[in-house]
Design a protein around this ligand. Structure first.
Ligand code: NDP
Length: 245
C-alpha cells in the first residue's frame, strides 16, 4: 500500500510537539492514528482535535519505558483496524545537564525512554509486521546523533543508539519491511530545555526562540517517508533549521 490514506499508524510521544504535529499531518492525509503518551489530558485533546475535523484517531496512555504499554499500543491498532502499517517511535526527553550535576535519574530516564522505549516498540511491532509481511518503523533521533555538544552527551549517546539500532534493524528487515530514521535539528516545541538544568534550559530556550523550525517541518518529513511506495525505503532524513550550525 503506498501513500498515507488508509494506513494504520501508531505513534508515541503524540501529546505535544513533533508527535502532535505529525499526528495532525497524517490524520489530514487519511491515516488511522493510534496515539500514545503519558499525559491523558493532552493526548485526549489531540485526539479530539483530529476527530473534530473528521480524522481517525484514538489515544492510549503509554509509558514507552514499559514493555506492556507498547504491546497495548500496537494491540489497539490491530484490534481496531486489523493491522498495523507504521510505528513512529518519537517519545523523548531532553533533560540535559552537565555531568558534574550528577543528575543520574535524568540519565537513566533518557536511556530508558530512548533506548529501552525504542526496543519495546520494535518488540511489539516486529511480530505484527512479520505476520503481515509488511510494516514500517519510523524512529526519531536527533542531529545530536551526529555531533555531540556539551552538556548534551547523555542525550546524544542515547540518540546515537537510536541511529545505530535503526540501521541494524534496517539491515535485518528484509524485503517486506521499511525502516526510516528521522533526525530533527532545533524544533520549536515545549520539550526543548524541559527538565534540563536551569542554565542549560535557558540557553536552549533562547536558541530555540531564535532559530528553531516549526514541528510541521518534521511532520512532513515523516509523511514523506511513509507515503513512498512499498518497495521504496527512505532510510535516513536529517532536517535542521538553516541557521543551525
Ligand atoms: P515534546 O516534549 O513536545 O514531546 C515529547 C513527547 O514524548 C511528548 O508527547 C511526551 O508525552 C512523550 N514522552 C516523553 N517520555 C515518554 C514516555 N516515557 N512514554 C511515553 N511518552 C513519552 O518534545 P519534542 O516534540 O521536541 O520531542 C519529540 C522527539 O523529537 C523526541 O524524541 C526528541 O528527543 C526529538 N527531538 C526534538 C528536537 C527539538 O529541538 N525539539 C530536536 C531533535 C530531536 P508525555 O509527557 O505526555 O508522556
Amino acid at each position: 500500500m503506498s501513500g498515507i490514506k488508509g494506513k494504520v499508524i501508531a505513534l508515541t510521544g503524540a501529546s505535544s510537539g513533533i508527535g502532535e504535529a505529525t499526528a495532525v499531518h497524517l490524520a489530514e492525509r487519511g491515516a488511522h492514528l493510534v496515539l500514545g503518551a503519558r499525559r491523558k489530558d493532552r493526548l485526549d485533546a489531540v485526539v479530539e482535535a483530529i476527530t473534530a475535523r473528521g480524522g481517525s484517531a484514538v489515544g492510549v496512555v503509554v509509558d514507552v519505558r514499559r514493555r506492556e504499554d507498547l504491546a497495548r499500543l500496537t494491540g489497539t491498532a490491530v484490534e481496531r483496524h486489523g493491522r498495523l502499517d507504521v510505528l513512529v517511535s518519537n517519545a523523548g526527553t531532553m533533560a540535559v545537564s552537565p555531568f558534574d550535576e550528577l543528575r543520574q535519574d535524568d540519565w537513566d530516564d533518557m536511556v530508558a525512554t530512548h533506548i529501552t522505549g525504542l526496543l519495546n516498540g520494535i518488540g511489539a511491532a516486529l511480530p505484527v509486521f512479520r505476520s503481515q509481511r509488511s510494516g514500517h518503523f519510523v524512529n526519531v533521533a536527533s542531529t545530536a546523533a551526529y555531533v555531540v555538544k556539551s552538556p548534551q552527551a547523555v542525550y546524544a549517546a542515547t540518540k546515537t543508539a537510536v541511529k545505530v539500532l535503526t540501521e541494524g534493524l534496517r539491515q535485518e528487515s528484509g524485503p517486506d519491511l521499511r525502516v526510516t530514521l528521522v533526525s530533527p535539528g532545533f524544533t520549536h516545541t515545549e520539550g526543548v530545555g524541559k527538565g534540563a538544568s536551569p542554565e542549560t534550559a535557558a540557553a536552549m530556550v533562547r536558541q530555540r526562540d531564535e532559530i528553531a523550525m516549526p514541528p510541521s517541518a518534521i511532520a512532513s518529513a515523516i509523511g514523506y517517508a511513509i507515503e513512498q511506495p512499498d518497495g521504496v525505503d527512505v532510510s535516513e532524513i536529517v532536517v535542521r533549521p538553516t541557521a543551525q550550525a
